[in-house]
Ligand binder design. Structure first.
Ligand SMILES: [Zn+2]
Length: 452
């Protein structure tokens, strides 16, 4: 072989190696690793394309935005001149124009997918339609998510739940299949059967809620199944806090001997948040596909980077059912400091830190249920719990029901220890009630531990 040809072959094989490595690390390397100013340029270009498309035919945003000229939005700062979109507005719109509302950019025949919100917070279910193009965009987001958690070709992903109208199930499932991974549907069977199915099919990654990851671990322990010795190496958890509560995450990781990644999304905004392999505890927002803002909930004004406020999202790729400046009701703080994974996407420090609606006010303290969960999870003797804010005149208090493991002999001491831990951390004494084995509900989907 001539020297020139040899060098050429080496270069080609090296290039191929570098490319395949990059393909595994990233889904869309160029968009994921832009400098911040380039990222903002990309967001602006996508925003203008979105506005051009939406303003022509979408009745909901035509009414909201009036005669806006997309070209007039020439910087991300000018995005702030546009009004917010709220969930109440969307729900009212769907009630006024049943069944799907007027936030539709195209004729109804163009839509091929229906999903819906769970209705757990407000009790009202919201329907959401997608065109094939919007669905492809959601698949792109999942490509980015799976690469961020280090998904490899050989990974097999298990989805242990019945597939309802929740977007996340279908999107995560199909997103993995599009990458060519084996996907394992685990609906329509009890938890013990799911564990058997998971082991027989050699699942390596599980997608579920944090609560259900713990529930499966509980069932495995009862059935004598050693899940720590299974092939599962990672769990992607979503749908509720937990993946970002260090105490809950640690409990999941210990039980499964696997890494637990926090993922965030909503049926109406899509799947936009993921913790990457390099940065444990903080959750990226896929900012090539959305524009995140953090605002003061009362004034609506933008907050400086790093301040805690309400997360507002403009969804850039879902033209069929868009959301512009959507107030998510989630509390978060963002950093744009570049991550060790190389992505320039901002990170929510500590993930989503709470929901506005769930904040409790007890004895002078603003407390999110996730703070109580973090405290309770420090007690390995407690298998399940539930909380309720008690209104007693002007002094609210907290009632905590705790279900100890069967092995706990002195439940009274456990209750006293929990009471004491709450008092030390939050300066009030909760009412702690020990309940019988199995008395508290177990959840497959979104857990409801805050009784309202
Ligand atoms: Zn990262």
């Amino acid at each position: 072989m001539s020297g020139g040809l040899e060098v050429c072959l080496i270069l080609v094989s090296r290039t191929f190696y570098v490319l395949t490595q990059a393909m595994t690390l990233y889904y869309h390397e160029q968009e994921e690793t832009l400098e911040r100013n380039e990222l903002e340029g990309l967001q602006l270009a996508k925003l203008q394309r979105l506005l051009c498309e939406v303003i022509k035919t979408n009745p909901f945003y035509q009414a909201k935005l009036g005669n806006i000229q997309p070209a007039a939005i020439s910087s991300l700062n000018e995005l702030r001149s546009l009004p917010f979109t709220t969930k109440d507005e969307l729900v009212a719109d769907q009630e006024a124009y049943p069944a799907y509302g007027s936030n539709l950019t195209y004729p109804i025949e163009r839509y091929s997918r229906l999903h819906g919100t769970s209705g757990t917070s407000g009790g009202r279910v919201m329907r959401w339609l997608d065109t094939p193009e919007s669905w492809d965009w959601i698949m792109k987001c999942w490509g980015i998510i799976y690469r961020a958690i280090g998904l490899k070709d050989a990974d097999r992903i298990f989805f242990p739940f019945s597939f309802g109208p929740f977007l996340g199930f279908w999107a995560g499932f199909e997103g993995a299949a599009r990458l060519g991974n084996m996907v394992l549907p685990g609906g329509g069977m009890p938890s013990a059967a799911r564990l058997k199915f998971m082991i027989e099919n050699e699942a390596t990654v599980i997608g579920c809620t944090p609560t259900y990851a713990l529930r499966l671990a509980e069932v495995a322990a009862e059935a004598g199944i050693d899940i720590a010795a299974s092939k599962v190496r990672a769990l992607i958890v979503a749908g509720e806090p937990g993946g970002n509560i260090p105490e809950t995450k640690e409990r999941i990781e210990t039980a499964w001997a696997a890494r637990c990644f926090d993922h965030t999304g909503m049926t109406e905004i899509g799947s936009l948040g993921i913790e990457c392999v390099e940065d444990r505890g903080n959750t990226h927002l896929i900012a090539s596909e959305c524009i995140p803002e953090v605002i003061d909930s009362d004034s609506g004004e933008p907050l400086p980077e790093g301040d805690l406020g309400e997360l507002v999202i403009t969804v850039l790729g879902r033209w069929g059912s868009p959301l512009i400046r959507y107030r998510t009701g989630d509390r978060a703080r963002l950093t744009y400091e570049k991550c060790a994974c190389g992505r320039s996407f901002p990170r929510m420090l500590g993930g989503i830190l709470g929901r506005q609606d769930d904040m409790m006010f007890i004895r002078g303290n603003n407390i999110y249920p996730s703070a109580i969960e973090a405290l309770v999870r420090r007690f390995p003797e407690i298998i399940e719990f539930r909380m309720q804010q008690m209104i007693q005149g002007s002094l609210n208090s907290l009632k905590l029901e705790i279900e100890p493991k069967a092995s706990v002999e002195d439940a009274g001491s456990l209750a006293a220890a929990v009471r004491d831990a709450v008092r030390r951390q939050f300066n009030f004494r909760p009412e702690v009630e020990i309940v019988a084995q199995g008395a508290l509900p177990r959840f497959e989907l979104k857990a409801r531990r805050l009784v309202k």
